[in-house]
Design a protein around this ligand. Structure first.
Ligand code: FAD
Length: 487
């Protein structure tokens, strides 16, 4: 789908990169190239427009590397990535003025402040006879494209995905643009944007990632060449390498588009290289990303307001000490602590463990899900306005098609079931590494001699549990009962 009018053939055009930091299958770039104009390839670092949510620390780390990769790819194609900071509308005006460009191409965004900003800019530029065309470069289906029979959006995933799969754009993916032409325009230096952390540099554990389009395509290829077969069975196992694709930050920054994934998985299934059950299950997870974007589009306050209004009455607690212990991975529950430390050290956490730690925060600690959403926003390299808020609300029970509130994940049995080998906890909680498997997920159950042999003193080398599992579970259920009374 495209919006906007015809463009003339001579003056330069601006391609405004935003959440689409790639040269292949980028519909806005593709259309701009097809217009045969000189191109100004622009990225704006906008921390000034009111209402936009700024990237958290881990996302800034990623953005820094992703922009460097994009700049390198553009240079290799013979052009230049122009970097500017400031209010988006003012930067665009300045670049339009200095270059004489009379057209702007971009791929659409779906959270409300960005949508509103884009609509204001488009209205203003159109009035000044500058042509703006926008495209879908981020989703298989845009939120409004999948409707129920009655009109309106789906609130339950299964029927949503059944319908969404039928609506997917039939176009082929666009190949990578190897040659790009355009004038050199004054650019700021990425080094001056301070996106990489210093004093201290907490990102040393992030080095296994390869931000950028090449990193994204290589990761997809490696995943589809092997690990995808087994995905349905292994996707809940944080102790296994490659149990999931690790594509989330690449998707977040648009270094790869979902249509590229969709086409590649289908090609693999048709060629008989990817088992249908694994391929389809993997694509259904990409479908959750689509569903989350739909929820965000129709519920712009998803990151702060309960989707389910009755949760306004939830008697959340305030407890800075418990919140801090959760953030630091010091709750005394190894599976929770391993997850929170994986997040801090690598900028990412396995999906199963995200659910466990989110359940622990909102149920065992009875702390508001918004606290967790904010912490994830700051610490995840894939922090995404749609996926993060929809998933937090899903786990807390306040979301659309959410896990029922009475489903309280047991961090001990979740650990023994999904970290069967114990490798995950041993990797991120090395102080527990010598504990026998039997006690690894509940160290307080080990006798003194076993603890001593493993070099553990509870309360000193590893925390005692900050809450008792059964009592905390009951407290959560009682709190939930008060909601039922208020309905
Ligand atoms: P894979 O299993 O390989 O899945 C492929 C892709 O599908 C992912 O890259 C992602 O884009 C999408 N996907 C997978 N699971 C989900 C899901 N449950 N909801 C929406 N999309 C999904 N995902 C984010 O991308 N950003 C977030 O900020 C984020 N916050 C989360 C917070 C909580 C509390 C929870 C429970 C989940 C969150 N997720 C988030 C969803 C999910 O955990 C991650 O997408 C997934 O772990 C990424 O790893 P992967 O790329 O290896 O996933």
């Amino acid at each position: 789908m495209q919006s906007g009018g015809l463009v003339s053939q001579s003056a330069p055009a601006i391609v405004w990169f935003r959440e689409d930091l790639r040269l292949s299958d980028n519909p806005a770039l593709h259309a701009a190239v097809a217009s045969h104009r000189p191109l100004i390839l622009l990225y704006i670092h906008d921390e000034e427009t009111d209402g936009l949510r700024h990237h958290g620390g881990a996302s800034k780390w990623w953005l820094d590397k992703s922009l460097r990769a994009l700049a390198g790819d553009i240079e290799a194609a013979g052009a230049q990535l122009t970097l500017r900071s400031g209010k988006s509308n003012e930067v665009l005006d300045a670049v339009l003025n200095v270059t004489g460009a009379d057209a702007v191409f971009w791929n659409r965004r779906y959270d409300k402040p960005e949508r509103d900003l884009d609509a204001r800019i488009k209205a203003d530029l159109t009035e000044r006879r500058i042509d703006v065309t926008s495209y879908n470069g981020r989703l298989l289906n845009e939120p409004w494209a999948v409707e129920t029979n009655a009109g309106g959006y789906y609130k339950v995933f299964t029927p949503y995905w059944k319908q969404a799969r039928q609506c997917i754009n039939a176009r082929d993916t666009y190949g990578r643009h190897k040659t790009l032409n355009g004038p050199d325009v004054d650019s700021e230096s990425l080094d001056d944007w301070g996106l990489h952390p210093t004093k201290p540099d907490w990102s040393t554990g992030f080095d296994d990632w390869t931000p950028g389009e090449d990193g994204a395509l290589a990761r997809l290829k490696e995943f589809l060449d092997g690990p995808i077969n087994g995905y349905k069975d292994n996707r809940d196992r944080p102790d296994l390498d490659w149990s999931t694709s690790g594509l989330s930050p690449h998707l977040r920054f648009g270094e790869i588009g979902p249509l590229q994934i969709w086409r590649a998985v289908h090609a693999g299934m048709e060629a008989g290289n990817i088992h249908e059950k694994d391929g389809m299950h993997f694509l259904s997870e990409v479908g959750w990303r689509e569903f989350s974007h739909t929820l965000l589009y129709y519920n712009p306050d998803l990151a702060t307001e309960n989707y389910n209004d009755s949760f306004q009455h939830m008697p959340w607690r305030t407890d800075e000490t418990a919140l801090d212990a959760w953030k630091k991975g010091q709750t005394g529950y190894p599976m929770v602590d391993a997850g929170m430390r994986q997040l801090w050290q690598t900028g990412w956490m396995h999906n199963r463990v995200r659910m466990i730690v989110a359940s622990f925060l909102t149920k065992h600690l009875l702390l508001p899900w918004q606290e967790g959403e904010k912490w994830f926003w700051d610490t995840l390299v894939d922090a995404d306005p749609a996926n993060n808020s929809a998933s937090w609300q899903w786990t807390a029970g306040s979301g659309a098609d959410a896990a029922p509130y009475f489903r309280v994940f047991n961090p001990i049995s979740q650990g023994t079931k999904f970290d069967e080998s114990g490798d995950y906890v041993r990797r991120f909680c090395p102080e527990l590494k010598d504990l026998p498997d039997k006690y690894l997920h509940a160290p307080w159950e080990a006798d003194k001699a076993t603890l001593k042999k493993a070099g553990i003193t509870l309360g000193e080398t590893y925390p005692k549990p900050i809450v008792d599992h059964s009592a905390a579970r009951q407290r959560a259920l009682d709190a939930y009962d008060t909601l039922k009374e208020k309905r």
